[in-house]
Design a protein around this ligand. Structure first.
Ligand code: NAP
Ligand code: ZN
Ligand code: ZN
Length: 348
């Protein structure tokens, strides 16, 4: 059993601390990777602190993983030792239901296996995430990484990237549309880059005046401060589509007010407390509220390849693992530009 080192939360109130465990040897269709970089998603914080009531401890977070293949099973076709590989939010699924057959493993009817704090389908253990030295995964749930991209800046694409790419594609965001992105954090800055790249008129909606210059640099055509009532009035009823990435509880009505008739507000942010919304905020212009979760394996690879072709990566602050608890606190203060990524060589 290969030994693994990582950082784990031992309870909802405890900071992350060094933790040793082991992983299985890779089976015939599996690869083992040495983790080089792992992004820090706000979901890691929600989970480590059990804000969704789904945590099990010890909990090793991390689902934005880029690593180097150290071993490949005999039947592996996509990877060879030495190659860079990436793993996202899910590491397995039933592999035979209709969504799995369509490559929508995230909608698996039997429930996909998450990268951490889930029951492993192969060996029955609890999955341990990417704030660790290595991972073992079936090649179906691993992705190739375009060689022209910086591996540290690729890591956040595995969750923040696909979680914004997928809904923007699904709702056909493109030229001629006015699109809003709520929240300039890890997900938000990727949503901004993709919406801009797809040719939409893209408005970054933020609570942080200090992020305005960055938003314009990252591709926003306009920046809208959601706390500025006058500015919100100017944009009222003008958006086709809004992607809401906010991590903290917030009212939806101000954003619904920005939508045109038949517009859609898609929620990807997962605050601890659910929103309440009056139907009156929807009926007058036949508005929709929708939700979206990461993406399937083929679409995740499509997104990575698109990023390779268009030179799109995350804006990252690379940190040693020893600073993870400070990074969590800074994320809560909206002080991240725009994704922390852990350099996993600092574990040694
Ligand atoms: P993050 O980097 O911390 O960014 C969140 C941003 O939300 C903040 O930077 C802030 O942007 C904005 N925000 C915070 N409080 C707000 C409030 N009260 N009202 C309006 N905006 C607020 O977090 P992240 O990693 O991007 O994750 C965002 C959320 O998505 C989390 O809840 C996470 O769990 C969830 N998530 C969902 C999926 C999925 O599949 N659906 C996948 C990954 C993550 P400004 O400073 O610009 O206002
Ligand atoms: Zn995530
Ligand atoms: Zn399935």
């Amino acid at each position: 059993m290969p030994a693994s080192k990582g950082y784990a939360a031992l309870g909802a109130q405890s900071p992350l601390a060094p933790f040793a465990f082991s992983r299985r040897e890779p089976g015939p269709t599996e690869i083992a990777i040495e983790i080089l970089f792992c992004g820090v998603c706000h979901s890691d914080l929600h989970m480590a602190r059990n804000e969704w009531g789904q945590a099990t401890y010890p909990l090793v977070p991390g689902h934005e993983i880029v690593g180097r293949v150290t071993a490949a099973g005999s039947a592996v076709t996509k990877f060879q030792p030495g190659q860079v590989a990436a793993i996202g939010v899910i590491v397995d699924s039933c592999r035979h239901c209709a969504p799995c057959d369509r490559g929508e493993e995230h909608f698996c009817l039997e429930g996909a296996t998450l990268t951490y704090a889930n029951k492993d389908r192969v060996d029955g253990t609890t999955t341990m995430g990417g704030y660790s030295s290595n991972y073992v995964v079936d090649e179906r749930f691993a992705h190739t990484v375009p060689a022209n991209l910086d591996p540290a800046a690729v890591a956040p694409l595995l969750c923040a990237g696909i979680t914004t790419y997928s809904p923007l594609r699904h709702w056909k965001v493109g030229p001629g549309m006015k699109v809003g992105i709520v929240g300039l954090g890890g997900l938000g800055h990727m949503g901004l880059k993709f919406a801009h790249s797809f040719g939409a008129h893209t408005v970054q909606i933020t609570t942080s005046l200090g992020k305005k210059a960055d938003a314009l640099k990252l591709g926003a055509d306009e920046v809208l401060l959601s706390t500025d009532a006058e500015a919100m009035k100017v944009h009222k009823g003008t958006f086709d589509f809004i992607l809401d990435t906010a991590s903290a509880p917030h009212a939806l009505e101000p954003y619904l007010g920005l939508l045109k008739q038949d517009g859609t507000l898609t929620l990807v942010g997962l605050p601890e407390k659910p929103p309440t919304v009056s139907p009156f905020a929807l009926i007058g212009r036949r508005l929709s509220i929708a939700g979206s979760m990461i993406g399937g394996m083929p679409e995740t690879q499509e997104m990575l390849d698109y990023c390779g072709q268009h030179n799109i990566v995350s804006e990252v602050e690379v940190i040693p693992i020893q600073l993870i608890n400070e990074a969590f606190e800074r994320m809560l203060r909206q002080d991240v530009k725009y994704r922390f990524v852990i350099d996993m060589s600092t574990l040694k």
